[in-house]
Write a new protein. Sequence first.
Length: 371
Amino acid sequence: MNSTDHSNISLLKEIAELLNEGTEMQPMLQGALRKFLKGTNFETGWIFFVNKRGRHELIAHENLPLALEDRNCHFLEKGGCWCISKYRNQELMKASNIIECQRIENATTACVGDCAGITHHATVPLQSGQERFGLLNVASPNTVRFTDDELALLESVAFQMGSAIKRILLTKQEQEMALVQERNRLARDLHDSVNQLLFSVTLTSRAGIEMAEKTETKETFKEIQNLTQEALTEMRALIWQLRPKGLESGLIEAIKGYAEMLGLQLKVKVSGVLQLPSRIEETLFRLTQEALNNVRKHAGVKEAQIFITITQTDVLLVIKDEGRGFQVDSLVQLPSIGLQSMRDRTKALGGSVDWVSNLGKGTEILIRLPY
């Protein structure tokens, strides 16, 4: 074994240790890429994730030339290229030597900075078994061809990265399953204890109304009944949020069921084919729950409309009511409206939320999510 082989084995061991210890996807891949570049003749690199619809996302990059760093890596984030196209078409199965980069050409043509002698890059798919996640691209100045040994090393690192990505995804799935189980347990406890207790108080206050002789006493029992009924509705809504009934039968049925539970009349219109990833579907349901809660609590009406439009890249959700509305400038004084929560949910998935509302003219919430 020569010194180069020994050095490569040591590098792969160090990268494996780093990947095995990682718990967060982006920092883990960033660290592995940095260590790989430091231990080889490659000087710059970037990692794309590519989803099942062929859309790519820049996950990590290291030591990019100024032209590729321009405007938050604009030429890497936007547009198409040969390697992504080959990846989508299942034509890129191993480390390839060498690819002339359309992204680098575009950056050079735009004269936005120095490419530091980078004109070509090698590329290798990131995968685990038959499951593919994206691409690892690496390059060096004034280099248009890497050796077979360098490509073999690149393929070994890509294999390690693919295994680590799969591990992280499985861990997150386990965490999500544990969260769902905990939600179900809490929902059962609330239903079996607090929910039943409130229902009993409702029945008791109803009996008190019938048995009381004094008007003041009857009014007191009526107030207790109203407050308890309101609390019961709130509790049922909370249980729905913890364990949504009907979502297994489809998003629309779940939304309609929740609106019915709140006592709202709901009109739903869907444009496009409603076949969404489960994470997007649940997020849409949670966002709609929040919006419908706002209608019941703040709008002063019992009707609402929902429009769902699905395109090839995004889903648009619009929730509209003709209620009392609010002044947008006053949102700071209205934390209970829950718009910040909706904004956080959409931002977590790379989406956006906006709203249009005026006093006495209703409210319209517009949500866009990529998928």
